[in-house]
Design a protein around this ligand. Structure first.
Ligand code: HEM
Length: 449
């Protein structure tokens, strides 16, 4: 039920927009907000709250046979712990406990590692002369950085992402014909989530979220840490990949921008402003109030349209502030990290593939109710020359051998084969010549150089 970045909760934009940037949703369900001034006002108002799972789950429970109730209760208890779904006081405690993973020092410490991740992902991409940016670069890089922060393998991160989406779908079970079955399926996914997290904790690096949990460095009950660690998986994939794709369109579509750090930063801001990866922010009216004759009734949904609220043209409100990372008490904890990820990626792309450019003039975009990002983004660059120093380094690390003239065993040849492929060098199956690391590198440079 983590609805942090789930597709289904956003209300569709309505056709009629009030001149004040407030338009009613059908059937008195609530309001959409597209004005900067109103967005600031409503997102800072204590009479508004986030969408909490309790009411939906309590209703679902009443529709189900007794034997399913314990599963609903367990799912509810998990969902209630997610910070973005928790009321003000409890939220503040959860947020504070996780804050240390996102401050300037923590992001600074992660930076060299995510730079190395960027290099690892971009080398083969550039060596191949480019490719489809979203699936070859944006998503794998978002996965790697998120997995690194939390302390997961990429594979576990991807599995948790899928499983936690299945858990989230339980929030809509009451609408299904067989809602009990949907609850059972959601609970099976939750059990699997817990198994994966428990196994990952045992081996997580000390600086990661799971590692800090194991070392007793997060001052929260285990269940709270578990639910929020899973929430971080949900929070860090489509958002980051979307930001990278939207920024790539601007940087790679603007001659000279890839080489210029200031342009890169300002184009990242432009992309976040015009194409926020999350299109809407949802809130619920907790206590009724009135704005300019419009009645906000208890339980109504308020959906802020982020791109519209980001626009600077109409009102002088909150300086140049962006709403793309939210606003107020629930503002994105990962904003600093996300920006850093983008900067490291495009800086590395500039070093590795300085002539990278968009292959198509028109970008295909996803058609999604909540996410705004390219669907496909073909990028081209000159196939890079094999870099002998880099290949020597990756081979000596992978084979754990500093003597580059020692004849390799057959297993080590297999490793060299795989490592070169990973670095964008196609090695013919029948190749027999190289016997040492030096000879492999010499062959690779001449084959590709
Ligand atoms: C470009 C990338 C990202 C965007 C556009 C983004 C956007 C947002 C937005 C709009 C919110 C607030 C939602 C609301 O108020 O309803 C939010 C909250 C949050 N985000 Fe992000 N996010 C991004 C990356 C990340 C990353 C990388 C992480 C962590 C690894 C993260 C962790 C969080 C957390 C923990 C919250 C909840 C904060 C709270 O409840 O106090 N986000 N994000």
């Amino acid at each position: 039920m983590s609805r942090t970045h789930s597709p289904d909760t956003a209300a569709s934009p309505t056709a009629s927009v009030d001149p004040d940037g407030l338009s009613p949703l059908p059937n008195g369900l609530g309001w959409t907000v597209s004005s900067r001034a109103l967005a600031v006002r409503l997102l800072s108002d204590q009479r508004m709250g986030v969408l909490e799972p309790q009411p939906v789950m309590a209703h679902l429970r009443t529709t189900l046979p007794d034997e399913v109730h314990p599963l609903v209760d367990d799912l509810t208890s998990f969902a209630e712990r997610v910070m973005l779904q928790t009321g003000h006081d409890r939220h503040a405690v959860l947020r504070k406990a996780f804050g240390g993973f996102f401050d300037a020092d923590a992001v600074g410490a992660l930076a060299p590692l995510i730079r190395a991740d960027a290099e690892h992902i971009l080398r083969p991409f550039a060596a191949a002369g480019g490719g489809e940016f979203m699936t070859s670069v944006a998503f794998p890089y978002a996965v790697r950085a998120g997995a690194r922060l939390i302390g997961l393998t990429d594979e576990d991160y991807r599995r948790l992402h899928k499983l936690s989406q299945q858990v989230a779908l339980v929030a809509y079970a009451a609408r299904l014909d067989d809602s009990a079955e949907a609850v059972r399926a959601g609970h099976t996914s939750l059990a699997r989530v817990r198994e994966i997290i428990a196994a990952a904790r045992a081996v997580a690096p000390p600086a990661s979220v799971l590692g800090a949990w194991t070392a007793g460095r997060i001052d929260l009950p285990d269940e709270d840490i578990e639910a929020n660690a899973v929430m971080l998986v949900q929070a860090s994939l489509e958002t980051v990949a979307g930001m990278l794709g939207n920024t790539a369109v601007r940087i790679l579509g603007t001659p000279g921008a890839l080489a210029d750090q200031e342009r890169r930063e300002s184009l990242l801001d432009d992309a976040l402003r015009a194409e926020p990866p999350l299109k809407t922010l949802e809130r619920v009216v907790r206590e009724p109030f009135d704005i300019d004759g419009h009645e906000f009734r208890r339980g109504q949904v308020v959906s802020v349209r982020v791109a519209e609220a980001n626009r600077l043209d109409d009102q002088e409100v909150a300086g140049r502030a962006l709403f793309s990372f939210g606003w107020g008490a629930y503002r994105c904890l990962g904003a600093r990290l996300a920006r850093r990820q983008a900067m490291e990626l495009f800086q590395t792309l500039h070093h590795i593939a300085p002539d990278a450019a968009l292959a198509d003039e028109k970008t295909e975009r996803v058609r999604h109710i909540r996410f705004d990002m390219p669907r496909r983004l073909p990028v081209v660059c000159s196939p890079s020359r094999a870099d002998g120093r880099l290949l020597t380094r990756v081979l000596t690390e992978a084979i754990e051998e500093q003597d580059i003239d020692r004849p390799l065993t057959s297993l080590e040849h297999e490793i060299a084969f795989v490592v070169l492929q990973e670095n964008g060098i196609t090695v013919p199956e029948e190749l027999r010549g190289p016997t040492t690391i030096r000879e492999w590198v010499t062959w690779a440079v001449s084959a590709r150089g």
